[in-house]
Ligand binder design. Structure first.
Ligand SMILES: Nc1ncnc2c1ncn2[C@@H]1O[C@H](COP(=O)(O)OP(=O)(O)OP(=O)(O)O)[C@@H](O)[C@H]1O
Ligand SMILES: [Mg+2]
Length: 226
């Protein structure tokens, strides 16, 4: 069984699109894929998108144990409803989902240092689940700094980094985009797993699975993190 945690350099960088593309591509190869979005805030439907891409009707309560309406960090959004987030239901759901899966993919919310509870950040959740991370980053200007900061924060917390995936939202690429992956590979001492091209319909599972051909999926699945 392989499992990994998909984080990003920021909110809105393409974690869900990349996660769905990976899930759809692995499902197409005949692998049993489980997915999780442990804490979802705001009006998004990441959990439903992940379930659709996984090719299996996973139980939404396990995939997404916590959902809050306020578009804020999980800690703040939970407090806004007079609630708090506990680790145990997330760990239990992860074990239930990953039991019969070949690959389990867990999408964080926002970036690594987003608060989930007092003294508990997204990075601590990846640690608590014993998962290595995949960092999703923008290909465009500013990404070298954001990605290197994320790498440094991850290593400072003892997380293993499987690699960096870029998600290209716009068709046009800026002049720095050609050199950014190599700069991050060298300065961050990380593997670059590829760039997901801009997809026309991010909800189209076939298109996502096709786009994932640009990613080095072998590096994600031939690993036993636990
Ligand atoms: N490769 C891509 N092709 C087309 N659109 C993309 C691509 N990557 C990201 N986007 C678009 O960018 C927006 C943000 O992407 P996405 O929802 O995957 O980000 P996220 O990191 O999961 O955000 P959150 O922190 O809210 O979970 C979406 O509208 C998505 O469709
Ligand atoms: Mg998302």
């Amino acid at each position: 069984m392989s499992a990994f945690f998909v984080t990003g350099t920021d909110t809105g960088v393409g974690k869900t699109v990349v996660s769905c593309a990976i899930a759809a591509a692995l499902c197409r190869r005949g692998m049993r894929v489980s997915v999780m979005k442990p804490c979802e805030t705001g009006e998004g439907d990441d959990a439903e998108q992940l379930i659709a891409a996984s090719g299996h009707p996973h139980n939404l309560k396990w995939v997404r144990p916590y959902a809050f309406r306020l578009p804020a960090s999980p800690e703040v959004a939970a407090a806004h409803e007079g609630k708090s987030i506990e680790l145990a239901p997330i760990v239990d759901a992860f074990h239930a989902l990953s039991r019969d899966a070949d690959v389990t993919l867990v999408e964080g919310a926002g970036g690594l240092l987003v608060p989930i509870a007092p003294s508990f950040l997204m990075a601590d959740l990846a640690r608590a689940l014993s998962l290595p991370i995949v960092i999703v980053a923008r290909p465009s200007l500013g990404t070298v700094n954001h990605t290197l900061l994320t790498i440094e924060a991850a290593r400072a917390r003892g997380l293993t980094i499987l690699g960096v995936v870029f998600s290209r939202r716009a068709h046009a690429a800026g002049p720095d985009e050609e050199t950014n992956p190599e700069a991050i590979r060298i300065h961050g001492q990380v593997q670059i797993l590829g760039t997901l091209p801009s997809v026309r319909e991010p909800g189209n599972i076939v298109e996502l699975a096709d786009a994932a051909a640009q990613l080095d999926l072998e590096k994600l699945i031939h690993r036993r993190p636990r």
